[in-house]
Ligand binder design. Structure first.
Ligand code: ZN
Length: 271
């Protein structure tokens, strides 16, 4: 139980938070353990279709109310012509290296978890560590109303559990060698224990060469749809082969949340 320092996120994202337990006080830990236990009983099941699908997430559980009432939800459609000119974006730096991961099928996606602390995303001087990455099909974000075949989400958190996610669009093309070790082990059924993958994933190879990106304030794209997530979505897609995309889609034919209203937010572009 100590592992889940932030129960909502731990349950919804399956984050491996063992690394940060030492940063919370004992009182916090106790409180969070109790909340975690309560949540494990109360948190409602959700899916991508029918009565438990995205249209109804907000009604499934009181802790999911942001899915309906939130004003800064993700994903969004990025309309290139509506990006305001001249606004300054956050300064970001990504420091990734080859890293070991373990693989899980959490019933909603395939997720690669790491306990390594050495992959960081720095946004305006604030340091976030990579905790996990996972996939959606089709893409969750849209560019000018269009989906890509898939989307990769690299989920980072800072010492206070704030989240920052890098979104990478995936289009059909060349085989993605950086993902081949993971793809050979894709768990087709829900896993109860992570599968450890021996060869490290060359993370840098999962990012596009051109790092022009869109930045905005959004949310988790799965219940509980928690807001105050920093989003950075790259414009240039990476590639996966048709076979790799089909391997994923055989397990999850469709696991994306529809785009949400932009409301009063600006999307900024960073070169
Ligand atoms: Zn995601």
């Amino acid at each position: 139980m100590k592992k889940f320092a932030y129960p909502f996120l731990a349950i919804s994202l399956g984050l491996s938070l063992g690394a940060c337990s030492e940063q919370v006080t004992e009182t916090d830990t106790l409180e969070q353990e109790q909340t975690a236990e309560a949540n494990q009983v109360k948190t409602a099941a959700w899916s991508y279709e029918g009565g438990t699908g995205p249209e109804n997430w907000g009604e499934l559980d009181t802790s999911y109310s942001a899915c309906t009432n939130g004003q800064e939800q993700s994903p969004i459609n990025v309309e290139f012509s509506k990006i305001p000119a001249g606004n300054t974006t956050a300064n970001t730096a990504i420091h990734y290296q080859a890293t070991p991961f373990s693989l899980a099928n959490n019933g909603h996606t395939i997720q690669a978890n790491t306990t390594a602390k050495d992959n960081t995303l720095v946004i305006d001087g604030k340091k976030y560590e990579l905790a996990q990455f996972h996939f959606h099909t089709p893409s969750e974000h849209q560019f000018n109303g269009q989906h890509y075949d898939m989307e990769l989400h690299l989920v980072h958190k800072d010492a206070e559990e704030h989240l920052a996610v890098l979104g990478v669009m995936i289009q059909e093309g060349e085989k993605n060698e950086a993902l081949s070790a993971l793809w050979e082990a894709l768990p087709s059924e829900k896993t109860h224990e992570d599968i450890s993958i021996e060869s490290p994933v060359p993370l840098q190879a999962l990012l596009p060469k051109d790092q022009t990106s869109f930045q905005y304030n959004g949310s988790l794209t799965t219940p509980p749809c928690t807001e105050e997530v920093e989003w950075i979505v790259f414009e240039e897609p990476i590639q996966m082969s048709k076979e790799q995309i089909q391997d994923f889609q055989r397990i999850f034919p469709e696991n994306h949340r529809p785009v949400q209203p932009l409301n009063k937010r600006d999307v900024l572009q960073a070169e």
